[in-house]
Design a protein around this ligand. Structure first.
Ligand code: GLV
Ligand code: MG
Length: 309
């Protein structure tokens, strides 16, 4: 079964217990908003948050935003109720469920089977998609199997907060990983996640950036993630949506260059050559693939100029 194609440059977190934040989240312009039943909700609030989330999904105007929830992990007592109650009440108003702390493919199967039964019982007119958080060391070790575990799965998300705890990294001490560690402490995890996702034909989304008063740092983090192949990044505050949407979208110059690259390659091909030059740079089949990636992203955002001859 084919997966829906969605933009996910920005994925905005909103605690499902805090109803007063919902309208602002719905209007934030994020590609995806998830109402969080997990760690942004106090444990005592998690059950009461389910009907609040379902009502908001049904009743607010979300525009083009993908509507999601983050359920609790499959090893918690909330997982089953999160899925059953929210899907039953929200029905087609829920597009995606984010599953946290996935450690193995079987965690995804559990949610997949439950959803299949619910969709049939409720007679839902559409399939609910999944995204999963890789934020446990076991999950990273199993990431290839997890990425291929379900045809509902649309993206892997790197959860750097829990991952650092799971790995035992010293980020909450006087040790400053940015100053004292040569390189990106999370490069290995990020690389594995993005490669596993792309190899499985799905997308990778980068981690939350906790300092919401540091827009420059956030933008740099978006740029680095985009350079590695991540499709987007989490936003933990509405102010992070606009920079993520901006950085993860191809610029008009990139789109124009991609069109010229495709045209140059086609001309070379028609003349029986496999490579040519454009502005003093080589254009071969690999550049054609880069250009097609840019054009696919642009088309998804409605910014592509259409066919190249
Ligand atoms: C997200 O859930 C994280 O742990 O970073
Ligand atoms: Mg987490």
């Amino acid at each position: 079964m084919s997966r829906p194609v969605r933009a996910r440059r920005s994925e905005l977190a909103t605690p499902a217990s805090n109803e007063h934040m919902f309208a602002k989240a719905a209007a934030a312009g994020a590609d995806l908003v998830f109402l969080d039943l997990e760690d942004a909700c106090a444990p005592a609030e998690r059950e009461a948050a389910r009907p609040k989330a379902a009502r908001a999904l049904r009743e607010l105007d979300w525009g083009a935003t993908t509507r999601a929830i983050r359920m609790n992990g499959v090893d918690t007592r909330w997982a089953h109720g999160d899925v059953i109650e929210v899907v039953t009440a929200a029905r087609e108003a829920l597009d995606v469920i984010i599953v946290p702390k996935v450690r193995a493919a079987r965690d995804v199967w559990w949610v997949d089977v439950l959803l299949t039964q619910l969709e049939e019982t409720l007679g839902l007119g559409k399939r609910i998609g999944l995204e999963v958080l890789i934020e446990e060391v076991e999950g990273l070790q199993e990431v290839d199997a997890i990425a291929r575990s379900s045809d509902r799965l649309e993206a892997l998300i790197f959860g750097a907060g829990d991952f650092s705890a799971s790995q035992g990294a010293r980020v909450d001490t006087n040790f400053d990983p940015r100053a004292d560690y040569p390189g990106d402490l999370w490069h290995y995890a990020r690389s594995r996640i993005v490669v596993a996702a792309r190899a499985a034909g799905i997308e990778a989304v980068d981690a939350p950036y906790p300092n919401y008063r540091d827009p420059d740092g956030y933008r740099t983090a978006c740029e680095r993630a985009g350079a590695m192949g991540f499709a987007g990044k989490w936003a933990i505050h509405p102010s992070q949506v606009e920079p993520a949407n901006d950085v993860f979208a191809p610029t008009p110059e990139e789109i124009a260059h991609a069109r010229r690259t495709v045209a140059a390659y086609r001309d070379a091909e028609a003349a029986g050559r496999g490579a040519t030059g454009l502005d003093g740079m080589l254009v071969d089949a690999a550049h054609l693939r880069h250009a097609e990636t840019v054009r696919t992203k642009a088309a998804l955002l409605g910014r592509d100029g259409g066919e190249v001859r």
